[in-house]
Design a protein around this ligand. Structure first.
Ligand code: AR6
Length: 167
């Protein structure tokens, strides 16, 4: 059985096989968790990202983790929230699924997700958390090679939302 855990921490500190980055389409860095990951991984991460030719919203691409404790970074691009009528929910679910597919293809057993799109991209936290937890649970039913999925939350509000959804 795969397990789902909730951690409140800085995702760049986690000793897991892969951490997921809430990136933008350029994959060339930014603020929020993206900025923190690039700072902690070092400039080689940006060098590898330059080779990837960006990434579409809802898709995911994998790189090495360089100076991070994590072996890999899976970069995904969440939707900018624009009221909910622009397939934001489907695009956000796709971020979680595509990240888990990349994880599987690279024999990742432990993976940590930040709360994709709920910062600068403005996705309502409760709605985003429902999508995140349901999509991960559905994926794990048929993909138990992934042993542990961590939801890594950064703020008290998301901690309480995920705690309610996961227990
Ligand atoms: N560890 C874990 N979570 C974090 C960390 C951290 N070190 N830092 C922030 N968070 P955001 P988005 C949380 O804004 O909404 C970038 O500029 C944060 O509290 O990082 O998907 C990209 O380049 C929030 O809950 O990502 C894009 O342009 C969550 O991570 C844009 O921001 C996501 O917030 C993406 O926006």
């Amino acid at each position: 059985m795969s397990t789902i855990q909730l951690h409140r921490s800085d995702i760049t500190q986690l000793e897991v096989d892969a951490i997921v980055n809430a990136a933008n389409k350029s994959l060339l860095g930014g603020g929020g968790v993206d900025g923190a990951i690039h700072r902690a991984a070092g400039p080689e991460l940006l060098n590898e990202c330059r080779q990837l030719n960006g990434c579409e919203t809802g898709d995911a691409k994998i790189t090495k983790g360089y100076n991070l404790p994590a072996k890999y970074v899976i970069h995904t691009v969440g939707p900018v929230y624009n009221g909910g009528r622009y397939n934001e929910a489907e695009k956000l679910a796709s971020c979680y699924r595509r990240s888990l597919e990349e994880a599987l293809q690279n024999s990742v057993k432990t993976i940590a997700f930040p709360n994709i799109s709920t910062g600068i991209y403005g996705y309502p936290k409760q709605e985003a958390a429902k999508i995140a937890t349901q999509t991960v649970k559905d994926f794990l039913v048929n993909n138990q090679e992934i042993e542990t999925v961590i939801f890594c939350v950064f703020d008290e509000e998301n901690y309480s939302i995920y705690n309610n959804l996961l227990t």
